[in-house]
Design a binder for this molecule. Structure first.
Ligand SMILES: Cc1cc2nc3c(=O)[nH]c(=O)nc-3n(C[C@H](O)[C@H](O)[C@H](O)COP(=O)(O)O)c2cc1C
Length: 175
């Protein structure tokens, strides 16, 4: 295992993968890492969906503008901002949920980003590589239809993961 600093500073997106299954225990551990991401007010306003259905993978690839790795990656996760679960809880406790649209969108999207980066870094510690997929936002409604998302949720990004079958090299960092 590489140390954290070396992992972070050797980042490169990987879009081509070996034809090798990723163990379920590893995937469970990736989700465990997501759970430990900091979260605004600890609301954890996201849900992670592992998409295994091939037809759905093809449909999501199409939404993302035909990016083949959305279909071919051994693992494809969709990170959705999720206020639906809070709505259900609030109804249960008869406490009306306050939706401040912009704030809720930002909190959901930031929570997702932090969780997704935790997942990617943990995946890399297992020798996996991956790429985040913002292309699924090309058509939010279509993704919601494909994944049967409830109201008060929206997809923020996908994440392709697998054992790397390419070494594209790091892009120059700036700032
Ligand atoms: C939120 C987010 C969305 C992204 N969406 C896509 C995408 O849809 N397709 C893709 O191939 N790469 C996507 N990327 C990867 C970026 O293109 C990549 O991180 C950037 O070009 C820098 O390259 P590097 O990751 O190899 O350093 C995304 C990255 C982020 C952070």
């Amino acid at each position: 295992m590489k140390d954290t600093r070396a992992l972070i500073q050797s980042h490169q997106s990987i879009r081509k993968y070996e034809d090798k299954r990723v163990d379920d225990a590893i995937i469970a551990d990736l989700i465990e890492s997501a759970r430990w991401a900091p979260s605004s007010h600890h609301v954890q306003a996201y849900t992670i969906i592992r998409v295994t259905d091939h037809e759905k993978r093809i449909a999501l690839k199409d939404v993302a503008g035909g990016q083949p790795w959305v279909e071919t990656a051994p693992v494809f996760l969709v990170f959705t901002a999720d206020w639906h679960k809070h709505k259900i809880n609030n109804e249960k406790w008869e406490a009306p949920m306050q939706m401040e649209e912009t704030e809720n969108v930002i909190v959901g999207a930031v929570d997702v980003a932090l969780a997704a980066q935790n997942v990617l870094l943990t995946a890399r510690s297992y020798g996996l590589g991956g790429v985040m997929i913002g292309g699924i936002r090309n058509d939010l409604h279509e993704v919601a239809r494909i994944l049967e998302l409830p109201s008060y949720t929206f997809p923020v990004m996908g994440l392709c993961l697998g054992y790397p079958d390419q070494d594209p090299g790091q892009k120059p960092s700036s700032c």
